[in-house]
Design a protein around this ligand. Structure first.
Ligand code: HPA
Length: 292
């Protein structure tokens, strides 16, 4: 009987760090375009078509980008578009991924890590949200002043990579004040009645109960949605400055009579898309001109 020979143990290859994985994705993106984007845009539900207006654009489906998660939500195209808006090089996500799709907070924030590795220092994040503040109406645009993260998750949980940022990053200016002022001023110039408000981020995917909305109002939330907070946390960890703008696609649960439905959210997004895009176009050159 021949002796059983044990295979020599192959040395374990340590998994690539998030820093390295984001670096690989960034390198791939840079190989597809000569542009060097300065500002990142995350285009939420229904807003993705802004990226169809870019010039010199390259469109890269998320599944082609190494390590990039794929979006499954209706109304989210799932492409990264690098192009120019009035001469400014930008990188836009047509659609994002959410925690409710089953992704971890780290995965949800991964695109921001890639933007950081691309050398981007400013990001504009947009989303659809339910209006809690009774001064808001369906279709209103709201500049996010701050957020309350109630998602029970944070993309920085786990070992910290100092190359991205510190273990305990400051969040006092989660939404950069001069960017907020720019957005409000440009909205005024365009005749858009823009508000400011605090965004409560919930896990979803079920909409809130009326009791949850009453609770959120009590704790100081003006808006409610299921995105944005993890991306903003990762952005601030890297020192990226953030502008957040919500479109109030519906008044939150229990505020008006009748149920909430996703078709209504998409329809309102569609209705105010023109205004939203005009505002983004007006804001971009002013953010590009700010010293970082
Ligand atoms: N709740 C949570 N997320 C949302 C809503 C809402 O009412 N509208 C759009 N996104």
């Amino acid at each position: 009987m021949s002796a059983v020979r044990l295979k020599a143990a192959t040395p374990a290859v340590p998994p690539a760090t998030e820093y390295a994985r984001a670096g690989r994705a960034a390198k791939f993106i840079l190989s597809k375009t000569k542009l060097r984007p300065k500002i990142a845009l995350v285009l939420g539900s229904g807003l993705g078509s802004f990226a169809d207006e870019f010039t010199d654009a390259v469109r890269i489906p998320y599944q082609k980008i190494p390590n990039f998660p794929r979006s499954t939500a209706v109304g989210h195209a799932g492409r990264l578009v690098i192009g120019k808006v009035d001469g400014i090089a930008v990188a836009a996500m047509q659609g994002r991924v959410h925690l409710y799709e089953g992704y971890s907070a780290r995965e949800v924030a991964f695109a921001l890590r890639v933007f950081g590795r691309l050398g981007i220092r400013s990001a504009i994040l947009t989303n659809a949200a339910g209006g809690i503040n009774l001064d808001f109406t369906q279709g209103a645009l709201v500049v996010i002043r701050d957020h309350i993260n109630l998602q029970g998750a944070n993309p920085l949980v786990g070992p910290n990579d100092e190359r991205f940022g510190p273990r305990f990053p400051d969040m006092t200016q989660a939404y950069w004040s001069s960017y907020r002022e720019i957005a409000l001023a440009e909205a005024r110039k365009l005749g858009i009645a823009a508000h400011q408000g605090v965004y409560a981020a919930l896990l979803g995917p079920s909409y809130e109960t009326p009791a949850e909305i009453r609770y959120l109002r009590t704790i100081g939330a003006d808006l409610v949605g299921m995105s944005t907070a993890p991306e903003v946390i990762a952005a601030r960890h890297m020192g990226i400055r953030v502008l957040g703008i919500s479109c109030v696609t519906n008044m939150a649960s229990g505020i008006l009579d009748g149920p909430l439905d996703h078709a209504e959210v998409l329809a309102t997004g569609e209705r105010v898309k023109g205004q939203f895009i005009a505002l983004l176009r007006a804001v971009l050159p002013r953010i590009a001109a700010e010293k970082n």
